[in-house]
Design a protein around this ligand. Sequence first.
Ligand SMILES: Nc1ncnc2c1ncn2[C@@H]1O[C@H](COP(=O)(O)OP(=O)(O)O)[C@@H](O)[C@H]1O
Ligand SMILES: [Mg+2]
Length: 326
Amino acid sequence: MVLELLKKRQLLTTDDATLTPLTGGVSCEIYLVEDGDRRFVVKRALSKLKVKQDWFANTNRNRYEQQYLSYVGALFPQWVPKVLAAFPKDEFFTMEFLPSEYRDWKKRLLAGERKVETAATIGKALGVIHRVSWHDLGTMRQFDSDENFEELRLSPYFISLVPLYPQLRTQIEQLCQRIRSNKHCLVHGDFSPKNILVAEQGIKIVDCEVAWYGDPCFDIAFTLHHLLLKLCHLGDSVLAEMADAFYSSYQQELGEGPMAAIEPQHLMELTLFMMLARLDGKSPVEYLSDSEKNEIRERVMIALANVPNSLDALIQGVSGYEYSTS
Ligand SMILES: Nc1ncnc2c1ncn2[C@@H]1O[C@H](COP(=O)(O)OP(=O)(O)O)[C@@H](O)[C@H]1O
Ligand SMILES: [Mg+2]
């Protein structure tokens, strides 16, 4: 099917081009295309996501991914793979194939490579992307993906927790309301270590299907909750330093004016609910044992009853690790 599409669009120069699936994804078809001596990547969205529970989504998200890669690529080509050909109507696109030294940050973290500078570089890139799109009407119109965001993020991550935690219903609904109303900048929507490819020469951000104009805290919390879950799992305190470096360089890049719109308590609450969602929601983390999940759940529930208003306090609450940035 994908080969047919490529042929139809005259994107192949030989008759014996091959497709090799690229691992990792649950929401798309993504292949390395080898066509003679040319190599590139083709990506197309799937309507049913490959997770245990049924989860359907609008394939138009592939268009938002094309737009995000093009938007960021035009300003900061160093941070995203270059889009080669984009077909918004057919909902697929091709992009450059990144060399193998680009390895995803999640693999690096789990393999023991935990560099504070990498976290700072990633926080900086996120801060810059948020800053350049901050309160920009044209960007807001371009990324009018509220429905997708509801379907791919608010519903599966948060609303689906309500039946499991009926006592948290009001808190969850208020959190979602705040997320919906914080319309500030271009949000990646899946800013997790597995979607940030890291090499000596820098980083590349991929998998931008959930791109949306909205709440910057969503992206910050997405990275933070992954780092904190890994901190709980691995007990390596450098992960706390990385979380801090990520957020500090983010703040520095975003700048004082926009930072005033970021409410620390909202950010910490969002991070806590994401942690809970990855324990009990539709897309659970695969590396935690049941006993680790129970312990983390207990700490998260305590923190949610009295939401911390700083990253230090959050780190201490969820990991027991006493961390101070001062
Ligand atoms: N342009 C690229 N070059 C090389 N590898 C890539 C490229 N884009 C994605 N990948 C690899 O493929 C994986 C899956 O792609 P991704 O866009 O994240 O899809 P999914 O939505 O299915 O997670 C990524 O984690 C990355 O390892
Ligand atoms: Mg991915």
